[in-house]
Design a protein around this ligand. Structure first.
Ligand code: BG6
Length: 549
């Protein structure tokens, strides 16, 4: 039980004869009215009361440092640097942690510190504390250079200098490639040539790569070969930030820690599954990355197919990385696109419209986009899984920009009951039962079922039963990047897709992309709506419809 909840429960516990409770090494009695046990990790490093055996507390990374290539880019500014500060704030980084920025600028250490400070103040989840900042900033350095010999020799010298200061424990480095994939091979080659990829005895070297992992299966394979030629697979951490989200990890808890759901989690009871990732933002400012990539490559290949794998996979033998990956790979091998693709897929491109009260431009008018661009900003597809559990259950995936609102959810829609005993007209307002896992925002789980409307007639209507993270837990969830960066430093690979998973995801998507490439341009949809009409038709053909989240 968490600290605050425990204190609120004292009357109940006392009436059951409980006189004292130990939590995280601290003995709590009814005399204690208030105790901050909610985030004990925040005080951990020097806290003698911290119980090292308490598995609920996050582990602290051992001596290590991180080099970020592309540190002046958007991702580093908005996500990575704030997440690193948040980890420092929670006391989860090792003393003397080194953060090395690598980029083309001619920056001094002070310039880099100023830049990181700005990023942290703009994006960190935790409050800005001078003492935390000063400790973190003292380990920051910037190395200016291109992805060439000269730059990497400079980097190598810098890391050696820092290692000497820290002793042998300081030789553990994670290299974060926050750069477009076109540069992966240059960076990897330089890391190898300069000897940086090779860990001295007793230390480690890891590489972190960001999507896109290729643009189809073949290029993903090539990319994996390039990376694996320098780093062994166990040292490669591919980021799919959706796997770092608490609500995504909760899918496994919901399914496998409960008896309630699993007996019905199959084709006998489930009619179909809808996985939606809708965003209200447009693509202004992201043309360089997005034009020519599109919604399917940007998020279906990675985030949505990973969600499908977690929803559909069998129970793993344990939650160790090997066991999880084995089950995910099995399900991905059994997954494919339902044919004919003309009827089972849809794609669109947002045109001008209204986002709330704001008039917004269409994609082709956005800065940097080709006025003839055929890049899709909405993509939907129907997948099936060849297994006893899922035979005949369609999995509908959709994602889009400039949709009605920002929401990511997974809805399992149940079959209708075989019989309604209540007579004509009594269940007209009743839909199918549903379990909806809300990944974001309003994180939680919702169950929809029928209930009698109060009154003298037997009228049955849909009602919701709603679990909300915010209401049930006082802890704030860490950001996905916090969890994932910490896991890299801790060598915890469970939440990182393997090269096999990446290649299998492309195998699922490639036929759809090939089909689209030879069948005209995406259909326009008005910004602020729920996508093109073809997406609605996709489900209507089988008498179904998308949920309006
Ligand atoms: C990224 C995509 O992976 O996820 C972006 O490249 C998208 O296009 C983003 O906007 C959404 O992430 P989140 O965590 O805000 O849902």
């Amino acid at each position: 039980m968490r600290g605050r909840a425990l204190i609120e429960q004292w009357p109940l516990l006392a009436s059951a004869g409980v006189k004292r409770v130990t939590y995280g090494g601290i003995e709590i009695t009814p005399a204690i009215r208030s105790v901050n046990l909610v985030t004990p990790a925040a005080q951990n490093l020097s806290n003698p009361l911290r119980d090292p055996e308490d598995k609920r507390l996050p582990r602290i990374a051992g001596p290590s440092g991180m080099v970020i290539f592309g540190v002046t880019g958007d991702l580093a500014y908005k996500k990575l640097l704030p997440a690193i500060y948040d980890l420092a704030h929670r006391g989860l980084l090792p003393a003397g942690f080194n953060l090395i920025g690598y980029g083309r600028r001619d920056w001094s250490k002070q310039d880099f510190e100023d830049y990181v400070e700005k990023a942290v103040k703009a994006g960190a989840r935790t409050t800005f504390r001078r003492n935390v900042w000063r400790r973190l900033a003292s380990g920051m350095h910037f190395v200016g250079g291109n992805f060439d010999e000269e730059g990497f020799d400079k980097l190598s010298d810098k890391l050696k200098e820092l290692e000497t200061n820290h002793g042998s424990a300081g030789a553990n480095w994670a290299f974060y490639l926050s750069v477009p994939p076109d540069y992966f091979s240059d960076v990897c080659a330089q890391l190898k040539r300069s000897g940086l990829a090779e860990a001295p005895e007793g230390s480690w070297r890891r590489v972190v790569i960001e999507k896109p992992f290729g643009h189809d299966q073949e290029s993903a394979r090539e990319l994996n070969n390039v990376v694996n030629a320098v780093f062994p697979e166990q040292s490669v951490f591919r980021i799919d930030h959706y796997l770092g989200k608490e609500t995504v990890q909760n899918i496994l808890a919901l399914r496998f820690a409960n008896q309630l759901f699993e007996p019905m989690w199959n084709a006998h009871y489930i009619d179909h599954v809808q996985i939606t990732m809708a965003e209200d933002i447009g693509l202004g400012g992201r043309a360089g990355y997005y034009d020519g990539i599109g919604a399917a490559r940007d998020v279906i290949q990675n985030h949505l197919i990973q969600l499908l794998a977690l929803i559909a996979m069998e129970e793993p033998l344990s939650f160790g990385p090997r066991e999880l990956q084995t089950e995910k790979v099995k399900i991905l091998r059994a997954t494919s696109a339902v044919q004919p693709l003309a009827m089972t897929t849809a794609r669109g491109q947002y045109a001008a419209g209204w986002q709330g009260s704001e008039k917004v431009r269409g994609l082709r008018e956005e800065e940097g986009f080709d006025p003839e661009s055929t890049t899709e900003t909405f993509a939907a597809c129907t997948l099936e899984i060849a297994s006893r559990r899922w035979k005949g259950v369609p999995f509908y995936l959709r994602t889009g920009k400039r949709l009605g609102r920002r929401v990511t959810e997974i809805a399992l829609i149940f079959k209708e009951p075989p019989h309604h005993p209540f007579g004509e007209g009594t269940t007209t307002a009743l839909g199918n039962n549903a379990v909806v896992i809300r990944i974001q925002p309003d994180e939680g789980v919702l169950m929809r079922f029928g209930s009698k409307v109060p009154g003298s007639t037997m009228e049955v209507r849909d009602v919701n039963m709603d679990f909300s993270y915010a209401e049930s837990f006082t802890e704030e969830s860490p950001e996905a990047y916090e969890r994932l960066i910490l896991d890299v430093l801790l060598d915890e690979p469970s939440l990182f897709p393997t090269n096999e998973e990446v290649e299998l995801s492309w195998e699922i998507l490639d036929p759809i992309l090939d089909y689209w490439a030879t069948h005209g341009r995406p259909e326009d949809y008005e910004a602020g709506t729920w996508g093109p009409a073809s997406a609605d038709r996709m489900l209507e053909r089988s008498g179904r419809s998308w949920r309006r989240p």
